[in-house]
Design a protein around this ligand. Sequence first.
Ligand code: AMP
Ligand code: MG
Length: 423
Amino acid sequence: MAQLSDDCFAFGGALLGLEEARRQIAAMFRPVTAIETVDLRDAVGRVLASQITARIDLPPQGNSAVDGYAFRHADLAGSGETVLPLQGRTAAGQRPANVAAGMASRIFTGAVMPRGLDTVMMQEDCTATETSVTLPGGLRRGANTRRAGEDLAAGARALSAGRRLMPPDLALLSAIGLSRVPVRTRLRVVVFSTGDELVEPPATLMPGQIYDANRVMLLALLARLGVLAVDGGILPDRMEATAAALREAASGCDLILTSGGVSTGEEDHVRAAIEAVGKLAFWRVAIKPGRPVALGEISTREIGGGEVAGKPLLGMPGNPVAALVTFTALGRPLIDRLSGAVYAPPPAMRAVSGFAYRKKAGRREYVRVTFDGDGVARLFPKEGAGIITSLTEGEALMVLPEEMVELRPGDTAPVIAMGLLHG
Ligand code: AMP
Ligand code: MG
């Protein structure tokens, strides 16, 4: 088909909206993972299998937030200074001192508040002798203390089922006394590259060849998601060989990812291979880069009536930027769905654009940007979907919504920090 412009979106046909594609993913698939219990040390990136409820208050006891002197707020004399006699000393980890009515007590950060005392003055803000402390006025009741359960109360939800555990989540679980957590078993994902031009480094490049870039990136992205990623290698640009490899992979995994070969060229065989050994759900989504992205199922057994019970396959485009964008936009929700994780799009952060940009209505565009010293977004100077340095030197993807046709300098638009794509 003749293309009338250098816009690779020029040729026609219906495109599926990204949100609709995500809805289809959620509707087509169910979690396929089981549940196991793992040590917290092995839990980062894993998907929490059930809600965790705090069995203790966090912190467990009221304690001092500073080094200083604890006292009853009611013992302060109005607005002026108060001199209180001192009794006892409590350091972190110790039983709290017994302190008689009308007395103050030496206390240190993290130490449990002596019974009856409710407020702490920082040591820098008072003067003390061996036997008494002089407290300036004006401190509110409870100042410089931490209430029992103020972070999380016993019985409250600490983390929800389906959460992919990040390092601070492990801090929270450990702080409420857990050493092991129920998680989903790891999804098994096979990753293929496709293309006769691809070679595995460090082999010598022959004319016409390029080194494979996508596979190692996708394997690493998967590892960050707690997935058991299997390297399927490079598939040739031949339909039968591709179909055979997909069929074989399907029997031993939960998901197949491919890159390349999903467009409409004569050498693009992934789509035909999916149709030969499974079925295709969609193959064109209204995003740029990444429009040719195929979702299908590879059958592992025939059910009566020709129905297919299959393993999902996401066929991403070959250009590395398009591969990363489609992985983020569709691969991540698919992996989350199959893993039993709750998919949450990257948090909505907006940046001011320092550039003008025109786009077609009806598709979502991801443009690579860097940030000036003042936080204004600049368009990465090389825009091609094959420009890998736009991913290594770019600092964020700016997400231009479907309805937008023009971005002007000074407009704001959503951005996803590059680091968030990887974790
Ligand atoms: P395709 O989607 O197969 O038409 O490929 C689009 C472009 O991406 C072509 O220039 C390919 O050479 C390139 N490409 C495909 N797969 C990879 C890969 N794994 N690593 C680097 N470039 C690739
Ligand atoms: Mg190709």
